[in-house]
Design a protein around this ligand. Sequence first.
Ligand code: ZN
Length: 254
Amino acid sequence: MGSRDILVVSAHAADYCTRAGGTIARYARAGWSVHVIVLTYGARGESGGYWKSSPDGTVEECEAIRQAESQAAADVLGATIEFCGFKDYPLIIDEDRTRMLTRRVLDIRPEIVLTHWLDDPTNVDHQVTSRAVVRAVTNASQIGSFPSTPAHHFPNLYFFESTVPMSEFNNFSPDTYIDIDETYEVKAEAIKRFACQPQLVFYYQHFATHRGFQAANWAKRTIQYAEGFVRYLPLVRTAFPLTEREPQQETERR
Ligand SMILES: [Zn+2]
């Protein structure tokens, strides 16, 4: 099996791990290269633990801690990670940043891109990230997007879980579930690295169980933990993809 690539774009330090960590670990174990781009550290909006314990702290110190946490979690999952260092709450994506993301899609040439869901009105940084990634992916599909790089690229795009537990408010309804029973413990271990967000351990155990319950009912087999996704771009195949009614071995899956 040759190495294939997945790109995961995360608004804040922990988002990629909490929403797609089990899937990332599955693909990494199966020999895929998983690249994570973290746009901001989430210092102002998603680092409550830091500010509670460090009322005289600074954004710069918080960002350094969040970067270390996020790097440690990626190491646990088996992914490579890069940090853009943009400011959060609010995250602003301008023309240069959109072109940077397009450039990374063309450099990495991932078969799959994972990012935030389109509608996340209580966390606009997530929504901004989603729309920027849609732009980057569709821009990368155009010949001439970077004239010196004539080879365009058009990956499969999936959105991961919106801000939890507001899925219904955010109109997030998964059409794809990834069974993460084999990597759930790895994901749980990675989430513990985010000491500045101690609530994540409970939130995402609850949600992995919730999505696993749904996935088990759709597949009519035992699944304890799952992650939910929404596919954005249409599938083009020679046959319909099938739900896996029996557990799949990694070597059989791809
Ligand atoms: Zn976030």
